[in-house]
Design a protein around this ligand. Sequence first.
Ligand SMILES: [Zn+2]
Length: 327
Amino acid sequence: MKSQKSFPRDFLGCLSWSVWTINAALILVAIAAYLIFRAQLSLFQPIPTLIPTPAILPSPPGQLAAPRAEEQAAGTPMASLADELPPATPTDPSYLEGPFVIGSSAGGRPLQMWRFGNGPTKRLIVAGIHGGNEINTIQLADQLIEYLSAHPEIVPADITLYLLRSLNPDGEARGTGPIGRTNDNGVDLNRNWPYRWKANWNRYGCFVAVPVSGGSHPASEPETVALLNFIESRSIDALISYHSAALGIFPGGVPEYPPSVRLAEAIAAVTTYPYPPIDTGCDYTGNLTDWAASRGIAAVDIELRNHTDTDFEQNLIVLKVFLNWKR
Ligand SMILES: [Zn+2]
Protein backbone atom coordinates (compact mmCIF):
# COMPACT_ATOMS: atom_id res chain seq x y z
CA MET A 1 0.00 0.00 0.00
CA LYS A 2 2.65 2.46 0.89
CA SER A 3 4.56 1.90 -2.27
CA GLN A 4 1.38 2.46 -4.34
CA LYS A 5 0.55 5.76 -2.57
CA SER A 6 4.07 7.06 -2.81
CA PHE A 7 4.59 6.21 -6.49
CA PRO A 8 3.07 9.41 -8.00
CA ARG A 9 4.85 11.61 -5.56
CA ASP A 10 8.08 9.83 -6.33
CA PHE A 11 7.46 10.07 -10.07
CA LEU A 12 6.74 13.81 -9.97
CA GLY A 13 9.68 14.18 -7.78
CA CYS A 14 11.83 12.95 -10.65
CA LEU A 15 10.98 16.04 -12.71
CA SER A 16 12.12 19.46 -11.76
CA TRP A 17 9.49 22.15 -11.21
CA SER A 18 10.97 24.31 -13.96
CA VAL A 19 10.56 21.64 -16.65
CA TRP A 20 6.85 21.36 -15.86
CA THR A 21 6.46 25.12 -16.05
CA ILE A 22 8.11 25.26 -19.48
CA ASN A 23 6.00 22.37 -20.78
CA ALA A 24 2.78 24.01 -19.61
CA ALA A 25 3.77 27.30 -21.23
CA LEU A 26 4.57 25.58 -24.54
CA ILE A 27 1.19 23.82 -24.55
CA LEU A 28 -0.60 27.13 -23.90
CA VAL A 29 1.32 28.80 -26.75
CA ALA A 30 0.45 25.95 -29.10
CA ILE A 31 -3.26 26.20 -28.24
CA ALA A 32 -3.23 29.98 -28.71
CA ALA A 33 -1.47 29.67 -32.08
CA TYR A 34 -4.02 27.10 -33.24
CA LEU A 35 -6.96 29.32 -32.26
CA ILE A 36 -5.48 32.36 -34.03
CA PHE A 37 -4.82 30.27 -37.16
CA ARG A 38 -8.45 29.09 -37.25
CA ALA A 39 -9.75 32.62 -36.79
CA GLN A 40 -7.69 33.86 -39.73
CA LEU A 41 -8.85 30.99 -41.92
CA SER A 42 -12.46 31.90 -41.26
CA LEU A 43 -11.84 35.37 -42.68
CA PHE A 44 -11.26 33.80 -46.08
CA GLN A 45 -14.28 31.53 -46.03
CA PRO A 46 -17.21 32.81 -48.19
CA ILE A 47 -20.28 33.54 -46.14
CA PRO A 48 -22.93 31.12 -47.39
CA THR A 49 -25.75 33.67 -47.51
CA LEU A 50 -23.77 35.86 -49.91
CA ILE A 51 -23.39 33.13 -52.52
CA PRO A 52 -26.11 33.49 -55.16
CA THR A 53 -27.84 30.25 -56.00
CA PRO A 54 -26.98 29.39 -59.62
CA ALA A 55 -30.55 28.37 -60.41
CA ILE A 56 -31.88 31.87 -59.81
CA LEU A 57 -29.15 33.83 -61.53
CA PRO A 58 -30.05 35.25 -64.93
CA SER A 59 -28.19 33.64 -67.77
CA PRO A 60 -25.01 35.40 -68.87
CA PRO A 61 -25.43 37.27 -72.15
CA GLY A 62 -23.49 34.63 -74.04
CA GLN A 63 -26.04 32.00 -73.09
CA LEU A 64 -29.05 33.92 -74.30
CA ALA A 65 -28.64 32.72 -77.87
CA ALA A 66 -30.10 29.40 -78.89
CA PRO A 67 -27.34 26.80 -78.68
CA ARG A 68 -26.47 26.59 -82.35
CA ALA A 69 -23.04 27.46 -83.56
CA GLU A 70 -24.28 29.58 -86.44
CA GLU A 71 -26.48 31.60 -84.12
CA GLN A 72 -23.63 32.27 -81.77
CA ALA A 73 -21.58 33.33 -84.77
CA ALA A 74 -24.22 35.94 -85.57
CA GLY A 75 -23.48 37.50 -82.19
CA THR A 76 -25.00 40.50 -80.47
CA PRO A 77 -23.31 43.58 -79.03
CA MET A 78 -24.07 42.54 -75.48
CA ALA A 79 -20.60 42.98 -74.03
CA SER A 80 -20.89 46.74 -74.00
CA LEU A 81 -24.38 46.54 -72.57
CA ALA A 82 -23.22 44.30 -69.74
CA ASP A 83 -20.62 46.91 -68.91
CA GLU A 84 -23.21 49.67 -68.74
CA LEU A 85 -25.87 47.87 -66.72
CA PRO A 86 -25.51 47.25 -63.01
CA PRO A 87 -24.62 43.65 -62.19
CA ALA A 88 -27.51 41.27 -61.85
CA THR A 89 -28.45 40.68 -58.26
CA PRO A 90 -29.62 37.38 -56.84
CA THR A 91 -33.36 37.29 -57.03
CA ASP A 92 -36.10 35.14 -55.70
CA PRO A 93 -36.93 32.34 -58.15
CA SER A 94 -40.55 33.34 -57.73
CA TYR A 95 -39.55 36.51 -59.63
CA LEU A 96 -37.35 35.14 -62.40
CA GLU A 97 -37.61 31.97 -64.45
CA GLY A 98 -35.82 31.26 -67.68
CA PRO A 99 -34.94 30.53 -70.24
CA PHE A 100 -37.47 27.77 -70.53
CA VAL A 101 -38.44 26.19 -73.83
CA ILE A 102 -42.05 26.40 -75.04
CA GLY A 103 -41.55 24.52 -78.29
CA SER A 104 -39.30 24.17 -81.31
CA SER A 105 -38.97 25.85 -84.67
CA ALA A 106 -39.45 24.09 -87.98
CA GLY A 107 -35.68 23.61 -88.00
CA GLY A 108 -35.71 22.13 -84.49
CA ARG A 109 -34.38 25.15 -82.65
CA PRO A 110 -35.71 25.96 -79.15
CA LEU A 111 -38.18 28.79 -78.53
CA GLN A 112 -36.87 30.40 -75.35
CA MET A 113 -39.16 32.16 -72.89
CA TRP A 114 -38.42 34.13 -69.71
CA ARG A 115 -40.78 35.02 -66.88
CA PHE A 116 -40.47 38.03 -64.58
CA GLY A 117 -42.80 38.52 -61.62
CA ASN A 118 -45.67 36.31 -60.56
CA GLY A 119 -48.76 38.53 -60.37
CA PRO A 120 -52.21 37.49 -61.57
CA THR A 121 -52.22 39.70 -64.70
CA LYS A 122 -50.16 38.06 -67.46
CA ARG A 123 -48.42 40.08 -70.18
CA LEU A 124 -46.13 39.08 -73.03
CA ILE A 125 -43.41 40.59 -75.20
CA VAL A 126 -42.53 38.76 -78.41
CA ALA A 127 -39.38 39.53 -80.39
CA GLY A 128 -37.90 38.16 -83.57
CA ILE A 129 -41.05 37.00 -85.34
CA HIS A 130 -39.24 38.04 -88.53
CA GLY A 131 -35.96 36.44 -87.53
CA GLY A 132 -32.67 37.75 -88.85
CA ASN A 133 -34.42 40.31 -91.02
CA GLU A 134 -35.31 42.12 -87.80
CA ILE A 135 -32.35 41.01 -85.71
CA ASN A 136 -32.39 44.22 -83.67
CA THR A 137 -35.69 43.18 -82.06
CA ILE A 138 -33.91 40.07 -80.71
CA GLN A 139 -31.00 42.20 -79.52
CA LEU A 140 -33.53 44.47 -77.79
CA ALA A 141 -35.09 41.41 -76.12
CA ASP A 142 -31.66 40.42 -74.79
CA GLN A 143 -31.20 43.92 -73.38
CA LEU A 144 -34.63 43.87 -71.74
CA ILE A 145 -33.92 40.43 -70.24
CA GLU A 146 -30.67 41.76 -68.76
CA TYR A 147 -32.42 44.82 -67.38
CA LEU A 148 -35.39 42.94 -65.94
CA SER A 149 -33.06 40.39 -64.33
CA ALA A 150 -31.25 43.15 -62.48
CA HIS A 151 -34.31 45.28 -61.67
CA PRO A 152 -37.09 43.19 -60.16
CA GLU A 153 -38.53 46.35 -58.65
CA ILE A 154 -39.91 47.53 -61.99
CA VAL A 155 -42.42 44.68 -62.29
CA PRO A 156 -45.57 45.55 -60.31
CA ALA A 157 -46.78 42.98 -57.79
CA ASP A 158 -49.93 42.25 -59.79
CA ILE A 159 -48.05 41.53 -63.06
CA THR A 160 -46.37 38.51 -64.59
CA LEU A 161 -44.33 39.46 -67.66
CA TYR A 162 -43.32 36.79 -70.17
CA LEU A 163 -40.67 37.58 -72.73
CA LEU A 164 -40.04 35.43 -75.82
CA ARG A 165 -36.57 36.24 -77.07
CA SER A 166 -37.00 34.99 -80.64
CA LEU A 167 -40.06 33.39 -82.18
CA ASN A 168 -38.08 32.65 -85.35
CA PRO A 169 -34.68 31.18 -84.45
CA ASP A 170 -34.47 29.57 -87.92
CA GLY A 171 -34.47 32.96 -89.62
CA GLU A 172 -32.15 34.33 -86.94
CA ALA A 173 -29.68 31.52 -87.69
CA ARG A 174 -29.91 31.94 -91.47
CA GLY A 175 -28.62 35.49 -91.41
CA THR A 176 -29.51 39.14 -91.23
CA GLY A 177 -31.41 40.93 -93.95
CA PRO A 178 -34.41 39.65 -95.94
CA ILE A 179 -32.89 36.14 -96.21
CA GLY A 180 -33.51 35.72 -92.49
CA ARG A 181 -37.22 36.58 -92.56
CA THR A 182 -38.90 33.14 -92.68
CA ASN A 183 -38.62 29.92 -90.72
CA ASP A 184 -37.02 26.84 -92.30
CA ASN A 185 -40.28 26.07 -94.14
CA GLY A 186 -40.13 29.42 -95.92
CA VAL A 187 -43.12 30.70 -93.93
CA ASP A 188 -43.56 34.29 -92.75
CA LEU A 189 -44.58 33.62 -89.13
CA ASN A 190 -46.56 36.85 -89.02
CA ARG A 191 -48.78 35.50 -91.84
CA ASN A 192 -49.55 32.11 -90.31
CA TRP A 193 -52.01 32.94 -87.49
CA PRO A 194 -55.54 31.52 -87.63
CA TYR A 195 -57.38 34.81 -88.12
CA ARG A 196 -57.85 36.45 -91.53
CA TRP A 197 -55.34 33.86 -92.80
CA LYS A 198 -54.72 33.67 -96.55
CA ALA A 199 -52.58 31.26 -98.50
CA ASN A 200 -51.75 34.11 -100.79
CA TRP A 201 -52.29 37.86 -100.62
CA ASN A 202 -51.92 40.96 -102.74
CA ARG A 203 -48.27 41.96 -102.46
CA TYR A 204 -49.01 45.62 -103.07
CA GLY A 205 -47.32 47.70 -100.35
CA CYS A 206 -46.02 44.54 -98.65
CA PHE A 207 -42.65 42.86 -98.13
CA VAL A 208 -41.41 41.41 -101.44
CA ALA A 209 -37.62 41.22 -101.01
CA VAL A 210 -37.68 37.41 -100.92
CA PRO A 211 -40.53 34.94 -101.61
CA VAL A 212 -42.48 34.11 -98.45
CA SER A 213 -45.43 31.84 -97.71
CA GLY A 214 -48.31 32.09 -95.22
CA GLY A 215 -48.04 28.36 -94.58
CA SER A 216 -50.03 25.40 -95.89
CA HIS A 217 -52.95 26.22 -93.60
CA PRO A 218 -53.69 28.47 -90.58
CA ALA A 219 -51.26 27.74 -87.73
CA SER A 220 -49.40 25.21 -89.88
CA GLU A 221 -46.04 26.10 -88.31
CA PRO A 222 -44.67 24.70 -85.03
CA GLU A 223 -43.65 28.19 -83.89
CA THR A 224 -47.22 29.47 -84.29
CA VAL A 225 -48.70 26.46 -82.49
CA ALA A 226 -46.24 26.71 -79.60
CA LEU A 227 -46.85 30.41 -79.00
CA LEU A 228 -50.61 30.16 -79.54
CA ASN A 229 -50.86 27.37 -76.96
CA PHE A 230 -48.67 29.32 -74.55
CA ILE A 231 -50.80 32.48 -74.88
CA GLU A 232 -54.06 30.62 -74.39
CA SER A 233 -52.83 28.46 -71.50
CA ARG A 234 -51.52 31.52 -69.61
CA SER A 235 -54.56 33.76 -70.30
CA ILE A 236 -52.35 36.57 -71.58
CA ASP A 237 -54.02 39.96 -71.09
CA ALA A 238 -51.87 42.18 -73.34
CA LEU A 239 -48.89 41.73 -75.65
CA ILE A 240 -46.31 43.61 -77.67
CA SER A 241 -44.78 42.12 -80.83
CA TYR A 242 -41.57 43.85 -81.89
CA HIS A 243 -40.67 44.47 -85.54
CA SER A 244 -38.43 46.71 -87.61
CA ALA A 245 -38.43 49.00 -89.24
CA ALA A 246 -39.86 52.47 -89.18
CA LEU A 247 -43.57 52.13 -89.86
CA GLY A 248 -44.65 52.88 -86.30
CA ILE A 249 -47.10 51.43 -83.79
CA PHE A 250 -49.91 49.17 -85.03
CA PRO A 251 -52.87 48.36 -82.77
CA GLY A 252 -54.01 44.78 -83.38
CA GLY A 253 -57.60 44.17 -84.37
CA VAL A 254 -59.76 43.88 -87.47
CA PRO A 255 -62.21 45.39 -86.91
CA GLU A 256 -60.56 47.90 -84.61
CA TYR A 257 -60.20 46.59 -81.05
CA PRO A 258 -60.43 49.44 -78.48
CA PRO A 259 -58.09 47.92 -75.83
CA SER A 260 -55.37 47.58 -78.51
CA VAL A 261 -55.94 51.18 -79.56
CA ARG A 262 -55.66 52.42 -75.98
CA LEU A 263 -52.45 50.47 -75.45
CA ALA A 264 -51.02 51.81 -78.72
CA GLU A 265 -51.90 55.37 -77.65
CA ALA A 266 -50.24 54.89 -74.26
CA ILE A 267 -47.05 53.70 -75.97
CA ALA A 268 -47.19 56.38 -78.65
CA ALA A 269 -47.34 59.03 -75.91
CA VAL A 270 -43.82 58.09 -74.68
CA THR A 271 -42.07 57.27 -77.97
CA THR A 272 -41.12 58.92 -81.24
CA TYR A 273 -42.49 56.05 -83.34
CA PRO A 274 -45.16 57.10 -85.86
CA TYR A 275 -48.72 56.79 -84.64
CA PRO A 276 -51.03 56.25 -86.39
CA PRO A 277 -48.59 54.01 -88.28
CA ILE A 278 -47.45 54.67 -91.83
CA ASP A 279 -49.92 53.07 -94.24
CA THR A 280 -48.16 51.40 -97.16
CA GLY A 281 -51.39 49.87 -98.40
CA CYS A 282 -50.31 46.37 -97.38
CA ASP A 283 -52.96 43.90 -96.21
CA TYR A 284 -51.43 42.15 -93.18
CA THR A 285 -53.23 38.82 -93.32
CA GLY A 286 -52.89 36.13 -90.66
CA ASN A 287 -50.81 38.23 -88.28
CA LEU A 288 -50.22 37.70 -84.57
CA THR A 289 -51.71 40.89 -83.17
CA ASP A 290 -54.96 40.73 -85.15
CA TRP A 291 -55.40 37.14 -83.99
CA ALA A 292 -54.64 38.17 -80.39
CA ALA A 293 -57.22 40.97 -80.52
CA SER A 294 -59.77 38.45 -81.84
CA ARG A 295 -59.10 36.49 -78.63
CA GLY A 296 -59.65 39.50 -76.35
CA ILE A 297 -55.98 40.41 -75.91
CA ALA A 298 -54.81 44.02 -76.17
CA ALA A 299 -52.03 43.73 -78.74
CA VAL A 300 -49.68 46.08 -80.57
CA ASP A 301 -46.89 45.79 -83.09
CA ILE A 302 -44.03 48.19 -82.43
CA GLU A 303 -41.56 48.83 -85.24
CA LEU A 304 -38.07 49.98 -84.22
CA ARG A 305 -36.87 52.96 -86.23
CA ASN A 306 -34.34 51.02 -88.36
CA HIS A 307 -32.89 47.53 -88.78
CA THR A 308 -29.82 48.04 -86.58
CA ASP A 309 -30.58 50.09 -83.46
CA THR A 310 -32.42 48.61 -80.48
CA ASP A 311 -33.70 52.01 -79.26
CA PHE A 312 -33.12 50.62 -75.78
CA GLU A 313 -33.71 53.79 -73.77
CA GLN A 314 -36.99 54.43 -75.56
CA ASN A 315 -38.14 50.86 -75.16
CA LEU A 316 -37.23 50.78 -71.50
CA ILE A 317 -39.83 53.51 -71.11
CA VAL A 318 -42.23 51.46 -73.25
CA LEU A 319 -41.61 48.50 -70.93
CA LYS A 320 -42.52 50.54 -67.86
CA VAL A 321 -45.66 51.89 -69.52
CA PHE A 322 -46.63 48.38 -70.62
CA LEU A 323 -46.12 46.93 -67.13
CA ASN A 324 -48.23 49.64 -65.50
CA TRP A 325 -50.90 49.99 -68.17
CA LYS A 326 -54.50 49.43 -67.04
CA ARG A 327 -56.97 48.00 -69.50
ZN1 LIG B 1 -41.59 42.40 -88.99
